[in-house]
Design a protein around this ligand. Structure first.
Ligand code: ADP
Ligand code: ZN
Length: 608
């Protein structure tokens, strides 16, 4: 086999003509055989950074990956691109194992995916001596944060990788992860024994993601609203309890949006069936606890909703980051309530984990939820990036969907004083009724319709008032007591604001701007550009063709082509194999294999 240079390999096998940020540098480190560590956010294109050099450096590249399901997808995709890749793990039958061993002996592979225990675990001596005869070019450790207890997904079997260096002396080791903190980075380098590694840390901002935050009001209505923006598109809805997962999945299905549940309480078989249905596009919406996610490689997830707050910004970034891995527009919505944070505190306490670190992380998450400002900027700065842009054009704040209260201090005092007037013995629902002047049975029974705060906010909706209450709680002016029925009470800070007429802290409160029929919704730049000149009907047709082809071949649709590739086809409408080759994501092998099917679909499509 001839050895192409990097650019040729990229074009020939992947159909890409440009590098994403840091890819070139990361690939150079591999080509030079220098230990390296690459930190890029999910979807940043890490895999290519070891896959492409594997086609350029002579020998066999060994990739360590934690999840067997993920390995299979990656290898299927590579083989579909014409890259000689294989895997070796416990899922293989003994016949498949012998075939792999024979193939390795004959030097038929350029990339080999293995699980950590297969490589360095007990009884791996035989396998290592086989590798010794295979001219290993380098080792790539994917999801390298799994080696660190400071990461979000520690896996004990990754610890054994500390032996790699001695077992494969003289071979460069390259680590890849999406987890950014400096502590995890140090941990990876030390444990893998990286020698003077080149470190590349990418920008964590994902400009294609539109971030929104909503205080939880009527959850079902809020969900229907999101779904209405994403008809026929894939999404994940995260809930904090299994009960809520089951209830919402059933309700959505009844509402006409087929949705499947996923949580640790389901049997193994049902879980993998539901995950498989999502990956193979038999269902587009999954309602899940955070147990669902690792190993989700469906790249066209267009929305991720959290129907409850995660316990840290790190978790939020990780989970919401499963949206839009193909670089196309996607939405990340956080629906939070003050009760979420209380639940987390109770849970951490009962697990004996309510230490300073976890309390701080939770507090920072609360701050993200309650803040009124650019979400991209907030997240970037949280992860230690400077955010250069003035307005991202891709968050609720910058898209002008929020309306800040004109006199936030007056508003805060009205709400705080109402909480005091009802004796700090009622929850948000009741306080909202009193403020809105709603004479509910409860309100009348307690004579709260006689209070001076009754009807102070006559024109506000329930959602709006509850939203302000959530924000005041997250800002530390109100708190929920941990009685059996959580009731609202003032914090010392809240009391200070109420008493001291002169104190005016930098307080901002906002509500969701009511949609207006005459003013169209603003769109993010990525959304506008990625649909520019795209024939939507043709795009839908191509998706259907992809699905049919995927079913025939028994692979998930994204293994055939990504959405970005289909959109480009529906934009430029190629009529020949040559023209097809100019589309991003189509290399020679793919054009050869799938070109006729897709060209036929394009030819037969009559523009509306
Ligand atoms: P990560 O492993 O960092 O989460 P992936 O390697 O899965 O990201 O890449 C995300 C997507 O970006 C994939 O669909 C991949 O094919 C695509 N991609 C990677 N590099 C490039 C590139 N240079 N040009 C265009 N698309 C790319
Ligand atoms: Zn913004």
């Amino acid at each position: 086999m001839t050895i192409p240079v990097l650019e040729d390999a990229l074009a020939r096998y992947w159909g890409y003509t440009t590098f994403r940020p840091l890819q070139r540098d990361a690939m150079d480190a591999v080509l030079q055989g220098r230990d390296s560590l690459l930190v890029l956010p999910t979807g940043g294109g890490k895999s290519l950074c070891f896959q492409a050099p594997a086609m350029v450096r002579p020998g066999l590249a060994v990739v360590i990956s934690p999840l067997i399901s993920l390995m299979k997808d990656q290898v299927d995709t590579l083989v579909g691109n014409g890259v000689p890749a294989g895997l070796y793990n416990s899922s293989l039958t003994s016949a498949e194992k012998s075939a792999m061993v024979a193939g390795l002996r004959q030097g038929r592979f350029r990339l080999l995916y293995v699980s950590p225990e297969r490589l360095v675990g007990e009884g791996s001596e035989g396998f290592l001596s086989l590798l010794a005869a295979c001219n290993v070019s380098f080792v790539a450790v994917d999801e390298a944060h799994c080696i660190s207890q400071w990461g979000h997904d520690f896996r004990p079997e990754y610890r054994q990788l500390a032996r790699l260096r001695q077992l494969l002396p003289g071979i460069s080791i390259h680590a890849y992860t999406a987890t950014a903190t400096a502590r995890v980075r140090r941990d990876i380098a030390t444990q893998l024994g990286l020698q003077d590694p080149v470190e590349h840390v990418g920008s964590f901002d994902r400009p294609n993601l539109v971030y929104r935050v909503l205080p939880r009001a009527v959850l079902k209505r809020q969900l229907l609203d999101v779904l209405s923006r994403h008809r026929q598109e894939a999404g994940i809805i995260y809930c904090t309890s299994r009960r809520e997962v089951d209830a919402l999945a059933a309700w959505l299905t009844a509402e006409g949006t087929p949705a499947l549940p996923y949580h640790a309480g389901l049997g193994e078989a049902e879980r993998s069936r539901n995950q498989d249905a999502f990956l193979s596009e038999r269902v587009d919406v999954i309602v899940a606890t955070v147990a669902f996610g690792m190993g989700i490689d469906r790249s066209n997830v267009r929305f991720v909703v959290h129907a409850g707050s995660p316990r840290s910004v790190e978790h939020y970034q990780q989970e919401s980051g499963r949206a839009g891995r193909d670089g196309l527009e996607a939405e990340c919505l956080l629906i939070y309530s003050a009760a979420d944070f209380m639940k987390w505190r109770v849970m951490l306490e009962s697990n004996g984990e309510l230490n300073e670190a976890n309390t701080t992380l939770l507090r920072q998450m609360e701050r993200y939820a309650a803040s009124v400002g650019c979400r991209h900027q907030h997240l970037s700065e949280y992860f230690g990036d400077r955010y250069g842009k003035d307005g991202c054009g891709a968050c609720d704040y910058c898209l002008d969907e929020l309306e800040t209260a004109a006199s936030p201090v007056v508003l805060a005092r009205q709400i705080l004083s109402c909480v005091v007037r009802v004796g700090q013995r009622f929850g948000a629902m009741h306080v909202a009724s009193v403020l809105r002047g709603h004479a509910s049975d409860q309100v009348v029974a307690r004579a709260h319709d006689k209070l001076s705060t009754f009807g102070l906010l006559p024109n506000a909706s329930v959602a709006e008032v509850r939203g302000y209450i959530q924000q005041l709680t997250a800002l530390g002016l109100l708190r929920l007591t941990d009685d059996a029925y959580a009731v609202l009470a003032l914090t010392a800070k809240g009391l200070g604001l109420l008493k001291d007429e002169h104190s005016v802290p930098g307080l901002t409160l906002a509500r969701q701007r009511p949609p207006r029929k005459d003013v169209p919704r603003l769109r993010s730049r990525v959304e506008t550009e990625s649909w520019q000149d795209v024939d939507r009907a043709l795009f839908d047709r191509l998706r259907a063709v992809r699905l049919e082809t995927a079913r025939e071949r028994g692979v998930p649709p994204y293994v055939i082509f990504h959405d970005a590739t289909l959109r480009e086809m529906a934009r430029i409408r190629p009529t020949s194999i040559d023209a097809l080759l100019s589309v991003k994501g189509i290399g020679a092998r793919k054009a050869d294999d799938l070109g006729d099917i897709f060209l036929a679909a394009i030819r037969d499509h009559r523009p509306a």
